[in-house]
Design a protein around this ligand. Structure first.
Ligand SMILES: [Zn+2]
Length: 191
């Protein structure tokens, strides 16, 4: 409830914080208030302040704003769609059914050495489990492909897996939540 949008010093969105964390950063003077929730206040024994809606870092941080690498974000990158057959399981409300989707190592673990695999399409070495070697697959495609390269299994990827850009990362972060009015001016895409 009444989360706070953190922006980098260039006003690019970084992530969403709970208000407690945001207040700590304000009190430490690491951030500035950009927009408040109209008419709302945070009150404690020692202070009352307007409830921040959007805050910005005083100093630019290049490490912030990277989309975390995990299953949720990976599924979102692939629009909850099997990247081999295009199956996109949805419930009656049109929401994705995540349990019907799996993570497929495009270059199988069996072909890794020292925890890394070489991507056949660009020769790059990447960790077995990384943005660039994991893709979304339905159960049947995952089983069919098994521990083979897509080519060996005669399967074609709809898109090569890759790390989302910061811009895409931000877009993905906000497709899964309600966006308060106060944030909209600061997000790249109308949510
Ligand atoms: Zn499939």
């Amino acid at each position: 409830m009444f989360d706070v949008l953190l922006l980098n010093a260039d006003y690019s969105p970084v992530r969403v914080l709970d208000w407690q964390r945001a207040v700590c950063m304000l009190l430490d003077d690491k951030v500035m208030r950009v927009a408040d929730y109209n008419g709302r206040h945070i009150r404690s024994a020692s202070l009352t302040l307007p409830w921040p809606a959007v805050i910005t870092l005083r100093r630019y941080s290049k490490h912030r704003g990277r989309l975390r690498f995990n299953r949720t974000n990976l599924l979102a990158r692939d629009a909850y769609t099997c990247q081999y057959c295009g199956y996109a399981p949805r419930n009656a409300k049109g929401q994705p059914i995540r349990t019907n989707l799996t993570m497929d190592h495009v270059v199988p673990r069996a072909l890794s050495s020292g925890g890394q695999v070489t991507l056949p399409w660009n020769g790059k070495k990447v960790p077995v489990s990384s943005w660039e070697n994991l893709t979304t697959a339905c159960r049947s495609c995952n089983q069919r492909k098994a521990a083979r390269l897509p080519e060996q299994a005669r399967m074609t990827l709809r898109a090569l897996p890759r790390r989302p850009s910061n811009y895409e990362g931000v877009r993905l972060m906000f497709t899964r939540r309600d966006v308060p009015e106060e944030w909209k001016d600061f997000l790249p895409v109308a949510a």
